[in-house]
Design a binder for this molecule. Structure first.
Ligand code: B12
Length: 241
C-alpha cells in the first residue's frame, strides 16, 4: 500500500516536471555491471515539438549551421536533453529524500561517476535498452528508438533505484521498419548500414557512430516521425524548455 503511494507520488512529481511518458521497468535480470545492483529503472521522456521537427526537416544543414553560428544553446533538442537530464537528477534527489537509493543516468552524472566510456561512446545501460524492455518501441535501422506515437522524436533519461516500485518488463519489440531504408539513404556520411535490429546485434553492425555527425536527419526523415508531425493534433510545445 505504502509502495503504491510512493509510486503515485513519483508519477505526479514527474508529470509536474513536464514529461510525456513514464515507465517503471524491471531490470533485475540484467548483470550488476549494467544495473549497479538496482532492480528498477524509471524511464521517461519528452517529445520534440512539431514546429522544431518541420524546421530541421526543411533544412538538412540545420545542425551544421547551428554549430557554425554557435546557436546550440537555443536548440530545442539540446534544451530538451538538458531538461530530461535535469529531471533525472531531481528524481534521484526526491527518491533519496524518501530514504531509498537512486542513480540518475543524466549525462553529467554518468560522466562524473565514470559510467560513460567516451572512447567507445557507450554506457553500460543505455536508455534505449531500458525503453526496449519497457515496450515503448523498437530500434530502427538508424539505431534510434521508434515509438508509434512520436516516431523517433523524443529525448529520454532514466533513474535506477531500489525503491519498492511495481515494475514490469516486456520482450523487446520486433522492428516495424520493413523494407524502408530512408534513414540509410539520407545519411550523408553513410554511417547507417540499413541493418534490421535484433536482440544481441552489435551496434557497430547497424551504425558507425564515429561517422555520425549528429545532423538529426535520421530522426526527422523517419516515416514514423513524419506520421507524428502530420497528425492532426494540436502541436506539442514545451514553452519552458
Ligand atoms: C553515446 C551516444 C551517442 C553517440 C553514439 C550513438 C549510439 N548509437 O550509440 C553519438 C554521439 C554518435 C550519438 C549520436 C546521436 N544521438 Co545519441 N546518445 C548517446 C548516449 C549518451 C549513450 C548511448 C549508448 O550507450 N550506446 C551504446 C550502444 C551499445 O547502445 P545503444 O546505442 O543504446 O543501442 C543498443 C541498445 O539499445 C540495444 N538494445 C535495445 N533494446 C534492447 C533490449 C535488450 C533486452 C537488450 C539486451 C539490448 C537492447 O541494442 C542497440 C544496438 O546494439 C545516449 C543516452 C543514453 N545514456 O542512453 C544518447 C541517445 C541514444 N542519443 C540520442 C540521439 C537523439 C542522438 C542523435 C539523433 C542526435 C544527437 N544530436 O546526438 C544522434 C543519432 C545517432 C544514431 N543514429 O544512433 C537519443 C536517442 C533517442 C531515440 N529516439 O532513440 C539518446 C537516448 C539521448 C536522449 N537524450 O534521448 N549519440
Amino acid at each position: 500500500m505504502e509502495a503504491d503511494f510512493f509510486q503515485k507520488g513519483l508519477q505526479t512529481e514527474l508529470e509536474k516536471q513536464g514529461v510525456d511518458f513514464i515507465y517503471f521497468v524491471d531490470i533485475s535480470h540484467l548483470t550488476d555491471k549494467q544495473t549497479k545492483g538496482y532492480s528498477t529503472a524509471i524511464l521517461f521522456g519528452i517529445a520534440l515539438s512539431k514546429d522544431y521537427l518541420e524546421k530541421v526537416a526543411a533544412n538538412p544543414d540545420y545542425v551544421e549551421q547551428m554549430k557554425n553560428n554557435k546557436t546550440i544553446k537555443s536548440d530545442e533538442f539540446h534544451l530538451t536533453e538538458l531538461k530530461t537530464d535535469k529531471i533525472a537528477d531531481n528524481i534521484e534527489k526526491y527518491i533519496v529524500s524518501k530514504g531509498f537509493k537512486a542513480y540518475s543516468q543524466s549525462e553529467e552524472n554518468i560522466l562524473k561517476t565514470g559510467y560513460y566510456d567516451n572512447e567507445n561512446r557507450k554506457t553500460p545501460l543505455p536508455h534505449k535498452t531500458i525503453a526496449g524492455l519497457a515496450g515503448l518501441g523498437w530500434i530502427g535501422k538508424h539505431n534510434l528508438l521508434v515509438t508509434e506515437k512520436y516516431g523517433s522524436a523524443i529525448s529520454m533519461c532514466s533513474v535506477l533505484t531500489n525503491a519498492p516500485l511495481d515494475s514490469k518488463r516486456q520482450e523487446p519489440s520486433i522492428p516495424l521498419c520493413g523494407n524502408c531504408n530512408i534513414c540509410r539513404d539520407i545519411c550523408k556520411t553513410n554511417a547507417i548500414k540499413g541493418k534490421t535490429w535484433y536482440c544481441g546485434i552489435e551496434r557497430e553492425k547497424i551504425i558507425d557512430v564515429f561517422q555520425c555527425t549528429t545532423c538529426l536527419q535520421c530522426i526527422v526523415q523517419c516515416p514514423w516521425t513524419k506520421k507524428y508531425m502530420n497528425k492532426n493534433e494540436k502541436a506539442h510545445t514545451h514553452n519552458n524548455v
